[in-house]
Structures are given as structure tokens and as C-alpha cells.
Write a protein that binds this ligand. Structure first.
Ligand code: MIG
Length: 648
């Protein structure tokens, strides 16, 4: 029983599965006033002028969430403007850090609105529209609060080592030839690559668990051919099952009653990529087990990695809203992203025999799809697998990672990526990353290089772009040396990145942190939002501006500056304080904290060539605890940590 966390109930709600620890019920909710409103509750907590409010995972704006309004209501909307209230996930955990420091998790599967000092209101104002369990987490610092919370929601999903390699993706690769061309492009350019994602075009008419036979005549042979080159294939799986009489998955789903029902009690029809689809009722254990078993067609072919899409769920229109899509416009109050909100009231789930309208549990739909995939893959595969999802809720971090959806090739979204990473980590999602280079729009060479230089530190490191945008693979650009430099840096850093990720997961800690968590007494560090701590040893300060020759870097203490120029690491001592640091394109500058070490490995063209045990130590520390295993086994423990000592 954890006593530094207490829970308080305000009305009933379907279980979300977020918190796995036993938590005691508290008497009266501290910090917040609570007032019932409609069928839900409004919570208010005054803020001090200097309080920082962290959390909310995948949302827009800053690491400090003050000044914004955030709506937890999973939405497929590619227009990631600063004031966009909802993205694909709902991560209702905040930490207030100031004179009083505490965390609050609003555990509700329904819609919730967070106004954090919105319009200068001077308060946190949270409306939970339905029943909610509020968890209050105590701790002596923001970091301590987060660590307690991470323990309560359970250990992060553990990816295999190859999932820390570089991946290339594009919506539009359609057949074996396209994929071979990508692998060859990287190999010929001397750029490392571990996996290529297969987007919806690999399927037969967008039907899940099928493969287009013309484009991929022998998937198993193709998978093994690519594996021979060190490249794994990672197919996409969408949430909806095409209405397709004769398709065995569709037939079985209908026959066993596994699909969500519409408000008249028939299988709900929603149009997504395949045309009309039914949504598996992922909230039911037997449906999850059934869906998870379907991955066998892929795992039998040797596939060990997947990404889940459209699981908010995104709905282009339904049997109820059909014909209305002509009215699409951003101003339409019914329309969000690609979906009529009213459709989320048009279907139902069956929770322990009770019919529950989707609206009541909207935010846990995608999370349960991820759970279905993970449990299926656990049963089908002997080792770890790559799995990341678009939609999520806290708790889904135990089953897979997430990517941050359809961003664009713009500098703002690179900056947003930097800010999202620590917020996601606070909410459990250690394995995450953005579409490097941007999904929509045309990436410039400069933007892609700067973005790669940041993503080289994020656990999920994938270049992905939309159909219709300019080719975004690294080898398509001029001056390949610069791209080679950054990609090879990632592989040289893998002994560290893998070790720090695994240690963070095993000890319920974050992998990427705001500077404030490492230097809570430093009032300037507390406000820095464009530098991050990566693992226990590193501080990064990515270049985020177009045309910049370098950037201002603030160091809270003296550190070892490391400059990677594509061939070697050059180190020098950097004093505490502010510096302008020159960073030519293709170079990466980062810092090793005082008294810490960084293990770096040798060059590799894919993770199969990495020897994580052969490392050189940089920095002025004495010891480094390296987590080391075969990168695949599920039996992980702190027993796999070895102590490295600096010689001399
Ligand atoms: O409606 O599968 O976010 O990564 O390339 C678009 C096609 C559907 C959205 C995903 C994106 C993916 C795309 N998908």
C-alpha cells in the first residue's frame, strides 16, 4: 500500500486500468475545492505567482502548462497549432511545483478540461464531465512526485534494442520494390537503418491482417531478405475492421458479437480508410484476446514490430453522419480534425455486461487497442517487440510506446517535440518520439538535420512523412555527410541511450527530464524549456531556429562539452552560465554533467552490429552503471547492471 498517494472518488466511472498499485482512500480532497457540475465535478486550486504546473503528456504549448486550456478528448487533428486543445492521447496528470508541491491525476475515461492559469485566472481549474477518481501524490520535489506516480501506474513497456535504432517511414511505400529502394538508399549512402515502416498501402484494400499479394507476393521471404540486411519491417494496424463479407476476421467478429454496437443495437458502421468498418470493442477482455491473436499472420512471417493508428478512433463519417462530409469546415462545431463529434455518441461498448455509450469512455479506446496488441504479441512472440500507438491514455505506457501524430515540417513543431518529451515521460510514456522532419509539409534540409540532431536522443527515432510531401529520407538530400554524421552519432550513443532507458523503466523514473528536475534550486534552470536532461549524465541543447549558426546554452553548473563532428568526439570544459555555442549543420553539441560519465560505442550500420559492451567513457565522473543485456529477453532486472570505472 502506497501512503504518499491517496485517492478520492467523485462519481462512478468505468475502470481505466491506469493505476496498478494499491492506493488508500483519503477522507477529504486536499489542495482542490470540488463542486459538482452537470454529471461531473469541477476542481479548483489556487496557484502562487511562481508555481510551475507540469504534466498533461501529449499536449501543446510549454513544459510549464500555465496559460493554457487543454481538453482531454482523443482527437485526430493534424493542425497542431499552439492553442489546439486536444491531440491523440489523454494524460490527465499534473504536478504543481512551488511553495506547495504535489501531483494530481484525474483518472476518468470521459472528457476533461484543464485550464491552467488560463487567461491569468491564477488557478488550476479542472472540469471532469463524468465520474472521476482523483489521485493526490505527495513528494518533496516535483521529481519525487513524478517518481511516486510512475511507480503507481506501473512499469513502462520495454522495447527491444533494435527499436532504439533509426527507422524510416513514409505514407506511400506500396510494394517490395519501394521498400528495397529505401533500404538500398540508406545502405549505399553509408547511413545506418534498423527498420522500415509499412503504412496502410501494404494491405489488401486497407483490410487489417491482410497483405496485398501483388505487392508482397511472399511476405515471409521478403521479411527474411530484409532482415538479412539488418532491416526489420514494421506494419501499421488500424483500429477498424472493414465490413467485408468473406474476410475471416470480419466474419468471426460479427458472429461472436465482438464489435461496438450502434445506438440501435446493430454493429456500428464507421467509414475510415477501408470504407465502412466496425470497431472491435477493445474494452472487453475476450475481444482484446481475439484481436491480439490476429497478429499471428504477421508474426508467422517473422515480423516483430507494429504501429497502431486511427485508434482515437478517427471516423471520417458514420452511417449517421454520412453525406454530411461536404459540410466539412474547421468552423463547424460538429467537426474536430477528421471526425464528427456526434459520432462518438452513436455507438456503445459492453462493459461487464452493461451497455456504455462510447462518449463516456472515449479516452480509453486507443489504449485498449494497444493493450490488445501487446497481449497478443506477448503470447505470439518469445521476446520483446516494437509497438507504438497514436492514441493513448495513462496505463497504455505499460503496453507500448506512442508517437505524437501528424505534425508538420515546421520549426515550431520541432520545438514542440522538445517540450512534449519530458511531459510524456512524466505520464509514463518513456518510449516516444515525433515524426522527425515533420509529417505534413515539405521539410527543408536544414530543418530535417536539426530535427534529427534532437531526435537522435529520443527513444523512438523515426523519420516519417505524409503522402504528397517531398521525399524525406535522409539519403535523398544533398550533402549526405551531414546526415551520416547525425545518424551515426545515434548508434555511437546506443550503449548509453539503451542503458538509461532501461534503468529509468526499471526504477520508475523518467528518461527525459526538464532541467528543473536536475537543478530544482536554480531559479533560471527551472524556467528553461529548450534544453533537456537525457538520462542521468547528459544535458542537450538542440538548435531550434532556422538559419541559426548555433545557440545560447545555459549551463547550471560546469560541464564537459562534447562536440560530435561526424568522425570524433571532441571534449572541453565549459563553465557554468550562458554561452553562445556554434553548431554547424551536421555537428551535434551536448554536455556531460559534472561527476558523470558517458559510455560511447563504435560505429554500426544497424543494431545487430552494435556491441554495447565495448565502450569508451567520456566525462569527468568516476563510475557509470551500465544496463546491458541481449536487447530482446523479457527477463530484465537490475542484475543486468554492471559498474564501469574510468581508468586513471
Ligand atoms: O488519415 O496511414 O498519423 O502516420 O501515415 C491518415 C496513413 C492515416 C495517420 C497517421 C500517419 C499515417 C497515415 N494515417
Amino acid at each position: 500500500m502506497i501512503t504518499t498517494i491517496k485517492k478520492y472518488s467523485f462519481g462512478a466511472h468505468a475502470p481505466t486500468g491506469a493505476v496498478t498499485a494499491q492506493v488508500e482512500e483519503g477522507d477529504t480532497l486536499p489542495y482542490f475545492s470540488a463542486q459538482s457540475e452537470g454529471r461531473g465535478t469541477r476542481f479548483r486550486c489556487p496557484l502562487e505567482k511562481d508555481d510551475i504546473v507540469y504534466g498533461l503528456g501529449e499536449t501543446m504549448r510549454g513544459i510549464d502548462k500555465r496559460g493554457g486550456r487543454y481538453v482531454s478528448f482523443n482527437t485526430d487533428n493534424p493542425h497542431h497549432k499552439q492553442d489546439m486543445p486536444s491531440l491523440y492521447g489523454s494524460h490527465n496528470f499534473i504536478v504543481v511545483d512551488g511553495k506547495k508541491t504535489f501531483g494530481a491525476f484525474f483518472d476518468t475515461p470521459a472528457r476533461a478540461v484543464f485550464e491552467i492559469d488560463y487567461g491569468g485566472s491564477g488557478e488550476v481549474n479542472v472540469l471532469c464531465e463524468r465520474g472521476v477518481t482523483v489521485y493526490i501524490v505527495e513528494g518533496e520535489s516535483a521529481h519525487a512526485v513524478v517518481r511516486r506516480f510512475l511507480r503507481a501506474v506501473g512499469r513502462s513497456y520495454l522495447p527491444p534494442l533494435w527499436a532504439f535504432g533509426f527507422g524510416q517511414s513514409r505514407w506511400g511505400y506500396k510494394d517490395e520494390r519501394d521498400i528495397r529502394r529505401i533500404a538500398r538508399g540508406y545502405a549505399k549512402a553509408g547511413m545506418p537503418l534498423d527498420y522500415i515502416c509499412m503504412d496502410i498501402d501494404y494491405m489488401d484494400r486497407y483490410i487489417d491482417f491482410t497483405v496485398n499479394k501483388k505487392r508482397f507476393p511472399d511476405l515471409k521471404a521478403f521479411v527474411s531478405e530484409m532482415k538479412g540486411k539488418g532491416v526489420r519491417l514494421v506494419p501499421i494496424v488500424d483500429a477498424g475492421i472493414k465490413v467485408e463479407p468473406g474476410d475471416p476476421v470480419y466474419e468471426e467478429g460479427v458472429q461472436k458479437g465482438y464489435f461496438c454496437k450502434n445506438i440501435e443495437g446493430k454493429d456500428f458502421c464507421a467509414a475510415v480508410w477501408p470504407g465502412m468498418t466496425h470497431f472491435p470493442d477493445f474494452l472487453r477482455p475476450e475481444v482484446r484476446a481475439w484481436f491480439g491473436r490476429q497478429y499471428k499472420v504477421y508474426t508467422d512471417a517473422g515480423i516483430e514490430g507494429f504501429w497502431n493508428d486511427m485508434n482515437e478512433p478517427a471516423i471520417f463519417y458514420s452511417e449517421y453522419t454520412k453525406g454530411k462530409t461536404g459540410e466539412r469546415s474547421e468552423g463547424d462545431p460538429l467537426y474536430r480534425g477528421n471526425t464528427f463529434l456526434s459520432d462518438y455518441r452513436n455507438f456503445c461498448h459492453n462493459i461487464e455486461g452493461k451497455e456504455v455509450n462510447h462518449w463516456e469512455v472515449h479516452n480509453i479506446f486507443g489504449a485498449n487497442m494497444t493493450r490488445a496488441s501487446a497481449e497478443g504479441l506477448d503470447a505470439l512472440l518469445g521476446g520483446r517487440y516494437l509497438l507504438f500507438s497514436r492514441s493513448s491514455y495513462i496505463g497504455a505506457h505499460r503496453y507500448g510506446g506512442i508517437w505524437t501524430g501528424d505534425n508538420s515540417s515546421c520549426w515550431d513543431h520541432l520545438r514542440q517535440n522538445v517540450r512534449q518529451m519530458p511531459s510524456l515521460n512524466m505520464c509514463g510514456f518513456l518510449y516516444s518520439g515525433a515524426d522527425t522532419g515533420g509529417f505534413g509539409g515539405n521539410a527543408s534540409r536544414e530543418l530535417l538535420l536539426r530535427w534529427l540532431a534532437f531526435s537522435a536522443f529520443t527513444p523512438l527515432f523515426r523519420d516519417h512523412a505524409s503522402k504528397g510531401t517531398r521525399p524525406q529520407e535522409c539519403f535523398r538530400f544533398r550533402g549526405k555527410k551531414d546526415f551520416r554524421s547525425i545518424l551515426s552519432l545515434r548508434y555511437r550513443l546506443l550503449p548509453y541511450i539503451y542503458s538509461e532507458f532501461m534503468k529509468a523503466a526499471l526504477s520508475f523514473d523518467m528518461y527525459m527530464q526538464p532541467l528543473a528536475f536536475g537543478y530544482p534550486q536554480d531559479s533560471r534552470a527551472r524556467r528553461v524549456e529548450d534544453e533537456l536532461l537525457v538520462g542521468g549524465s547528459l544535458l542537450i541543447a538542440p538548435v531550434l531556429e532556422k538559419g541559426a549558426k548555433g545557440r545560447l546554452v545555459y549551463l547550471p553548473e560546469a560541464m564537459t562539452e562534447v562536440r560530435w563532428d561526424g568522425a570524433s568526439f571532441r571534449t572541453r570544459q565549459a563553465a557554468a552560465g550562458e554561452h553562445f555555442v556554434k553548431v554547424p549543420l551536421g555537428e551535434v553539441v551536448f554536455y556531460i554533467r559534472k561527476g558523470k560519465l558517458l559510455p560511447v560505442g563504435g560505429a554500426a550500420m544497424h543494431t545487430g552490429e552494435c556491441d554495447l559492451s565495448a565502450v569508451t567513457l567520456l566525462g569527468d565522473g568516476e563510475e557509470y552503471e551500465q544496463y546491458l543485456d541481449d536487447g530482446l529477453t523479457r527477463s530484465v532486472s537490475e542484475g543486468n547492471i554492471r559498474l564501469l570505472r574510468r581508468l586513471g
